[in-house]
Write a protein that binds this ligand. Structure first.
Ligand code: ZN
Length: 97
């Protein structure tokens, strides 16, 4: 009886620990990924970090001091193209026209 109870419990415990391992120990996962990605350089995590950095650069377009990002067309325009500051942000002349 005790053995019967122990068997299913052990299996459950096992699968649980594997899932927990996947989420909790990315180090070991990256190690196995490294083996699979034999083509790529071992710095597999570096491009990922770089990518997020790049994405951030694209999203957060740093406008120059004499530029602004129109909140309607989301284009970076020169200050001379600024029609007015809307409630959400600057609006360019083209959009205001
Ligand atoms: Zn615009």
């Amino acid at each position: 009886m005790a053995t019967d109870y122990d068997a299913p419990r052990k299996t459950e415990d096992d699968s649980e620990s594997i899932e927990a391992l996947k989420e909790r120990v990315p180090d070991k996962m990256s190690g196995s990924v490294d083996v699979e990605d034999a083509d790529n350089p071992s710095g597999f995590e570096l491009p990922g970090a770089d990518l997020s950095d790049l994405e951030l650069d694209v999203v957060v377009l740093p406008p120059q001091e004499d530029e602004f990002t129109c909140m309607n067309c989301f284009l970076v325009k020169h200050r001379s193209q600024l029609d007015h500051e809307g409630g959400d942000g600057p609006i360019c002349r083209e959009c205001a026209a």
